[in-house]
Design a protein around this ligand. Structure first.
Ligand SMILES: *Cc1c(COP(=O)(O)O)cnc(C)c1O
Length: 385
């Protein structure tokens, strides 16, 4: 071994490889052979839309989740859209959801000319506050969309109790494999809507989604909904859409599904490690790690902490190649496209505060311990220089 020169040492200390927020390549190297085999199988049949691969994925997902029916669709967004269409949500209807999330849920409500009615979140888990829900229900409420944000289930007992007969459409796009008191999210409302976007906990190699339900009648309606409301061929009983999942995506997802529980275990270990590192670094006064509430089965789609001086911290970390992100910087009620709903700054203070102080750290299953250590060391250097 050559003794490193001082210059070389200095170069290495400033030139360490970046710690990316996400790196799909690591998983690709692990699953490559299985994915190639899956794709070859589809090429050999030349059946690219729905068909046996999609049917097999649906069966395997239903078994994995312990939900009676699973229906492959084009994306998580279309899963939500098709679910609301199956429930006949339309003009004059109100659909209650939360503003601290990805755009899709509120977007599909709007596209059906219904009104998104926002309610604030619980600051501990960022999920729908059941008491806020209670206050927002009116005779026009046609559905409720709770979002199991970052992989932690909502307080579904309370939400279901408050909802009564109003149908609940669960946004499970970040919560595949999450179990609420042992029951999979997606089986707690009338529909569960999942996304296979490549960076989700179970990601396709393109867009994809899934709708789950324990209601056979709604399942059959969803099967027709995804092919323009058609049954049998060229006979249309209602207007649906093209929400068909591609066979190649289904085949790839089938190759990945058996590994999902292992990947979730890795995410949970990573989260526990961050918690220990923050404590050891004496950072718990300025960094609040995510809270795991009892029975909510957090699967850590994202690891979201709260910090002081968030934006300055992110800039400091990024200069050292340490990747972080903000989910989400602007609450949906303040998006300009929803201006006519009449909400303003201060309408949902808990959501607005979260937008100001949340920070997401790398949590994908292949993050290495030394990378988490560098992240926390970077945060220590910022807060305790
Ligand atoms: C990803 C996501 C969606 C949308 O899923 P797509 O497959 O990208 O359409 C909806 N809701 C939440 C909470 C999401 O994270």
């Amino acid at each position: 071994m050559q003794a490193p020169t001082l210059e070389k040492d200095m170069l290495m200390s400033t030139d360490r490889p970046p710690v990316p927020l996400f790196d799909l390549n690591r998983q690709w190297l692990e699953i490559k052979d299985d994915v190639h085999a899956a794709v070859e199988r589809v090429f050999a049949t030349q059946q690219f839309i729905l068909g046996p691969e999609v049917a097999a994925l649906e069966k395997e997902c239903a078994e994995f989740l312990g939900i009676r029916r699973a229906i492959g669709v084009t994306s998580g967004t279309d899963a939500l859209l098709a679910a609301l269409m199956c429930l006949n949500v339309g003009p004059g209807d109100e659909v209650i959801t939360t503003p601290f999330t990805f755009f899709a849920s509120a977007g599909v409500i709007w596209r059906l000319r219904a009104r998104p009615v926002f309610v604030d979140i619980d600051p501990r888990d960022y999920n729908m506050d059941p008491e806020a829900l209670r206050a927002a229900i009116t005779p026009r409420t046609r559905a409720i969309i709770p979002i199991h944000l970052f992989g932690q289930a909502c307080d579904m007992d309370a939400i279901r109790q408050v909802a009564g007969d109003i149908p609940i459409v669960e946004d499970c796009c970040q919560s595949i494999g999450t179990r609420y008191n042992g029951v999979a999210t997606g089986g707690l409302g009338v529909f569960g809507c999942f996304s296979f976007f490549p960076t989700k906990n179970l990601g396709a190699f393109g867009d994809g989604g899934l709708v789950t339900t324990n209601d056979e009648g709604l399942a059959e309606r969803m099967i027709d909904m995804r092919v323009h409301g058609m049954r049998p061929r060229y006979v249309h009983h209602f207007v649906g859409g093209n929400f068909r999942l591609a066979a190649i995506q289904a085949a790839i997802l089938r190759a990945k599904l058996p590994r999902l529980n292992g990947w979730i275990a890795n995410r949970r270990e990573g989260a526990a490690h961050y918690g220990r590192l923050f404590a050891e670094a004496g950072l718990l006064g300025v960094v609040r790690p995510p809270e795991e509430l009892p029975g909510r089965g957090h699967t850590y789609h994202q690891y979201v902490a709260r910090v002081e001086k968030r934006d300055a911290l992110r800039e400091f970390l990024s200069k050292q190649g340490l990747g972080t992100e903000v989910y989400y910087p602007i609450p949906l009620h303040l998006q300009t496209c929803f201006a006519e709903l009449g909400y303003g700054e201060g309408s949902f203070p808990v959501s607005e505060q979260a937008c100001r102080d949340v920070i997401a750290l790398p949590i994908y299953p292949e993050v290495r311990a030394d990378e988490r250590e560098r992240l926390v060391e970077g945060m220590r250097a910022f807060f305790k220089p």
